[in-house]
Write a protein that binds this ligand. Structure first.
Ligand code: MG
Length: 257
């Protein structure tokens, strides 16, 4: 039996409704140098729409992107969304609540932004409501030494400003508010009527969610050239975006046949 087939059997044996929670970049959308150009393949979007509409599933997307950036990639209906690594969790069709930072948090982010403008202008920067993300994948391809140095500087500065530091494969993110994908997945699990969980993600920032899912169902780590190591012995391994797409489409087929 193939890896996908045995995983399918495991998912279909879980208690329902099953919460299907997915990271975006590197899990359902191929990694590209410029995150603004990343796309979820049309075939995957149509599979996700089918899964969101199936009564035995709750579908959730859990990403580091902010809501604007995610809205560019998908406009699905009936989907839970956790954006900014769990900084904001939204039920299907829920309007985002207003969020306020303290003046101290704003000042720390302003000072981090100043470093970005003066030192990291060649990195890909995401300015989010409560955080600033520095991506160095593009720089690392040309000058790995400079990429490492920028990550180190971002790390040190964020810590000295009292900001939380999130570390990804080619990412340092300075956050005014602390949260993670694991707590976001827990919140969705508790707010939805799901009885079990599947989560798949490909990065270090996904590990807490993979572990939560493994405790309440199945957690899967999506391997890539950049990151092969899985978070723990309990994680199921998937090989790349294509294998995740195959799993999801076969899952939809199995429940609609
Ligand atoms: Mg990812």
């Amino acid at each position: 039996m193939s890896r996908v087939e045995s995983l399918l059997d495991a998912l279909l044996a879980l208690e329902r409704p099953l919460l299907l929670a997915l990271d975006i970049d590197g899990t359902i959308s191929p990694i590209v140098r410029d995150p603004d150009l990343a796309q979820i393949p049309a075939s995957t979007l149509s599979t996700l729409a089918g899964l969101a509409g199936a009564p035995m599933f709750e579908l959730a997307l859990i990403t580091g992107r902010d809501l604007n950036s995610l809205s560019r990639m998908e406009q699905l209906e009936g989907v839970w969304r956790a954006v900014e690594h769990g900084g904001l969790v939204l039920a299907p069709a829920q309007t985002p609540p207003p969020r306020e930072l303290t003046s101290k948090q704003r000042e720390a982010l302003d000072r981090f932004r100043h470093w970005v403008d003066t030192r990291a202008h060649d990195a890909f920067i995401e300015h989010k409501p409560q955080a600033i993300a520095v991506h160095v994948r593009g720089i690392a391809a040309k000058d790995p030494g400079r990429a490492d140095q920028l990550l180190r500087e971002a790390d040190e500065l964020a810590q000295s400003l009292g900001l939380h530091v999130r570390r990804g494969k080619a990412l340092r993110e300075a956050e005014a508010v602390v949260h993670d994908k694991g707590s976001a997945l827990r919140e969705i699990f508790e707010r939805s009527d799901a009885r079990s969980v599947f989560f798949a993600g490909d990065d270090l920032t996904d590990f807490p969610a993979i572990e939560f899912a493994a405790e309440h169902g199945v957690g899967a780590f999506v391997g890539s050239d950049e990151q092969q190591g899985a978070p723990s012995g309990s994680a199921v391994l998937l090989q790349g975006v294509d294998e995740v797409a195959t799993l999801l489409s076969q899952l939809l087929e199995r429940v609609t046949e």
